[in-house]
Design a protein. Sequence first.
Length: 202
Amino acid sequence: MVGHRKPGRLAVDAIESLHFSAYESSDGAAISNGALTYTSTTVLALEIRTRDGAVGLGLSGVRMAAGDHRVFAALVDHLSGHVTGRDPFDTGTLWRPLANPKFLGSGGLGLRAAALLDLALWDLRGKIVGLPVGKLLGTWRDRLPYYVAGGYYGSRPDDLQPLIDELTGFVEHGAPAVKIKIGRLGHRDELRRIAVARDTIG
């Protein structure tokens, strides 16, 4: 049977360690959505290793305020106590403390930390049994619909040429749909942004 593990494999496959890294990048230009302004992007990486050397990787790209990655690292360190030494296939048991809103809250950095850990766990399970994660979860289709999120406000929201160039690039690279940011300007300026976006990509 695919994915069957022989008795005694539990100790070998038990989770041994977690390693968290944060990589911050910035081109020096601030961008904004309808409520917040960001000056950099942070890529979060979490590795989970088992005693026999299997590695699961969780990745997330987020925009954080200064110092948030240190809070995030502390959350991941705290969560590591709930998974270290456990069988990575104890899916429900491992997820229970992560999904408890009284423990981490129902949003923000707590939920992001839980999601990053969950991604790494599923990647680990797939690598151990040699199957794509989609097969472990149960597939419904072999392709997924997607869209590209962009259209942030730059330093000059009245200049729409950067928006046009960005959306054109998305379409040229094959994006089937695009979402842009709205809500920061007055309604007339926002309607103009939407009209320009529709004229650019249809």
